[in-house]
Design a protein around this ligand. Structure first.
Ligand SMILES: C[S@@+](CC[C@H](N)C(=O)[O-])C[C@H]1O[C@@H](n2cnc3c(N)ncnc32)[C@H](O)[C@@H]1O
Length: 256
């Protein structure tokens, strides 16, 4: 646990400000998203869940805890003006007002496809069974009440639809560290074990599949031991290298 969800959210906001407003991203994987990076991120994410970019043509999807771009920006940029465009995409994030306030974040404008909503995943302001797909990447371990978010994802998901969540889980040999991880990793209010998160998913969804297990270094090639020597911020680089040992990024598709 972080000290509190509010504390973690303050850190989250400061982290994004550093990248987008102050342009101080210290490594390439923490630089502002360009349209090309938005598309690459969306493609990589949906493929890790076992989909292709055309799977969402004419569908309705929500991205819970989408951040400034989530998968929505990339999907829109890649499919606008084609028959592959989803019918409706909801971007839901408690920090959405902040992301929208500053032009530097480059948040997409709302249009007939995109709706951006300032809300928490614990209380999604959408009707029951209104979405074909609900995504939540790198956010279930950032929310205040993960179980409530999974329950809400089920509520808004249509029968036959899917909830796709990706989150950092603690590697088995390091689970004994969980009670103190919040001291070094204060952006995450939760540090899940794989079995615990799968148990929660199975409580609310009929079919739960682990689609991918991705090492942290695959998404952040700078989080290596060798990079510590090159880095101007040694302590930060050590923490990043350690996160690579301790955490794995788990992609879980939950079908209703
Ligand atoms: C690490 S970012 C991930 C952003 C994006 N999904 C991505 O993969 O790049 C975590 C996001 O979760 C959001 N978040 C935190 N608590 C939340 C909650 N209770 N409900 C929904 N989103 C939440 C944060 O505001 C932040 O934008």
């Amino acid at each position: 646990m972080a000290f509190s969800w509010q504390d973690a959210q303050e850190r989250e906001k400061a982290f994004y400000d550093t990248i987008y407003r102050y342009n101080r991203g210290d490594i390439p994987s923490y630089r502002p998203f360009t349209p090309e990076r938005c598309i690459a991120f969306a493609k990589k994410t949906v493929e890790r869940f076992g989909y292709t970019m055309d799977a969402f043509a004419g569908k309705t999807l929500a991205d819970i805890g989408c951040g400034p771009h989530g998968i929505i920006s990339g999907l829109e940029l890649a499919t606008a003006g084609t028959r592959l465009l989803p019918q409706r995409m909801y971007g839901i994030d408690p920090l959405m007002d902040t992301y929208r306030t500053y032009a530097e974040y480059g948040v997409l404008k709302e249009n007939s496809t995109i709706r951006l909503i300032t809300a928490k995943g614990e209380r999604i302001p959408l009707p029951d069974e209104s979405c074909d797909f609900v995504f939540c990447t790198n956010a279930v371990d950032h929310v205040q009440e993960p179980e409530r978010v999974i329950q809400e994802a089920r509520r808004v998901c249509r029968a036959g639809g899917a909830f796709c969540m990706a989150l950092h889980v603690v590697n088995p040999v390091w689970t004994w560290l969980r009670p103190v991880l919040f001291l070094v990793d204060r952006n995450h209010p939760h540090h899940f074990r794989t079995d615990a998160v799968l148990r929660l998913a199975r409580k609310y969804f009929e079919r739960v599949t682990v689609c991918a297990r991705i090492s942290v270094v695959e998404d952040h090639p700078e989080f290596t031991f060798a990079y510590i020597r090159k880095s101007a911020h040694k302590l930060r680089a050590v923490k990043r290298w350690m996160s690579n040992l301790i955490l794995t990024f788990l992609y879980v598709r939950c079908e209703k």
